[in-house]
Ligand binder design. Structure first.
Ligand code: RIB
Ligand code: CA
Length: 318
């Protein structure tokens, strides 16, 4: 039986690849997408998510809009430089046709709380964006955490930051929300941080192969990832020329093939105060903090296995 999941997204280019992978791979059943403020305003995230689902023929998957701002910070606008970079990584309108679909009337928070309240099968929660929606569910429903059997988070970093030297964008985008999620006591947390996603680089050659598939998903993935490669080549060159991490899709790939990443069981907490370190995932790699591990943290990934999974899935041959 296919594994059920909900994707919490700030669709963006890599979120879009994650949505297509989750919607098209037979081992997964994407029962809904929830959107949140992040790469771009939440309304644009919603529109992009609807565009992508309709483009691949999965307009049946419902989309629910979530929070438009972090749960605590009001004076925490994404700095122009990051916005510009984020905007360059993540256009307000992805290069796929405008959608004829509409978001659901229920909010993301209502959908998440009600779906887990009524669930009879396990549903994996996969946030690949700032954790504002998840933290809101925790605050509103005391039983939410106990009803989520597994959560797979794309975010954070140990040796790497991207929005600051200390922090990764999803965690930095709502640090108080992230701190509450890692401290909430979820039964099973897998964290896919930059340390792993930057070891699963997708290259321009992979993009050409994706485009050559001739499928809507293959050509869209080629466009989204090609856009990321251009920005990385200009702003944040990778170890492999003309390549990019596709962060969010690796988190979904893990659900299909757990061997795509290598994890260590460690304690993870989030810094919410440091002037230089706010939004940092503090990953206790040497057990110095005296706290029991709460998370399986990925530090390595199988780049070619990941690329081949995308190619097989978007060819319709998964
Ligand atoms: O740091 C990478 C993460 O930030 C990805 O989820 C990307 O979509 C952005 O949200
Ligand atoms: Ca994202």
């Amino acid at each position: 039986m296919a594994r059920k999941l909900i994707l919490d997204v700030d669709t963006g280019t890599d979120d879009a690849v994650a949505v297509m992978l989750a919607a098209l791979h037979p081992a997964l059943e994407l029962i809904g997408c929830t959107t949140v403020n992040g790469n771009i305003p939440v309304t644009s995230c919603t529109d992009n998510t609807l565009r992508v689902l309709e483009h691949i023929g999965r307009g049946d998957i419902p989309v629910y809009e979530g929070l438009a701002r972090p749960i605590v910070r009001r004076d925490f606008p994404i700095p122009r430089t990051v916005n510009d970079a984020a905007g360059k990584y993540h256009p307000d309108a992805l290069p796929v046709p405008a959608t004829t679909l509409r978001k659901q009337s229920a909010s993301a928070i209502e959908f998440l709380i009600e779906t887990y309240r009524a669930a009879t099968d396990p549903i994996v929660l996969v946030p690949v964006a700032p954790l504002s929606n998840i933290a809101a569910c925790i605050a509103l429903d005391p039983k939410f955490v106990s009803r989520v059997p597994e959560i797979v988070i794309m975010g954070g970093g140990h040796a790497l930051g991207n929005v600051t030297p200390s922090a990764e964008f999803n965690i930095w985008g709502d640090p108080e929300a992230a701190a509450s999620v890692f401290a909430a006591g979820f039964e099973k947390i897998t964290l896919v941080p930059l340390d792993a996603t930057h070891r699963a680089l997708i290259t321009a050659a992979h993009c050409r192969a994706l485009h050559a598939l001739g499928t809507p998903a293959g050509q869209a993935a080629s466009a989204f990832i090609g856009h990321r490669i251009a920005v990385h080549d200009a702003h944040q060159k990778q170890d492999i020329a003309h390549s990019t991490p596709v962060h969010d899709a690796l988190a979904v790939g893990f659900l299909i093939d757990p061997a795509l990443i290598t994890t260590r069981r460690l304690h993870v907490a989030v810094e919410t105060h440091g002037a230089l370190t706010v939004g940092r995932t503090v990953i206790d790699t040497h057990f110095r903090g005296g706290q029991a591990p709460n998370c399986d943290v990925a530090f390595d990934a199988d780049a070619e296995g990941f690329a081949q999974l995308l190619l097989r899935t978007f060819a319709g041959q998964a």
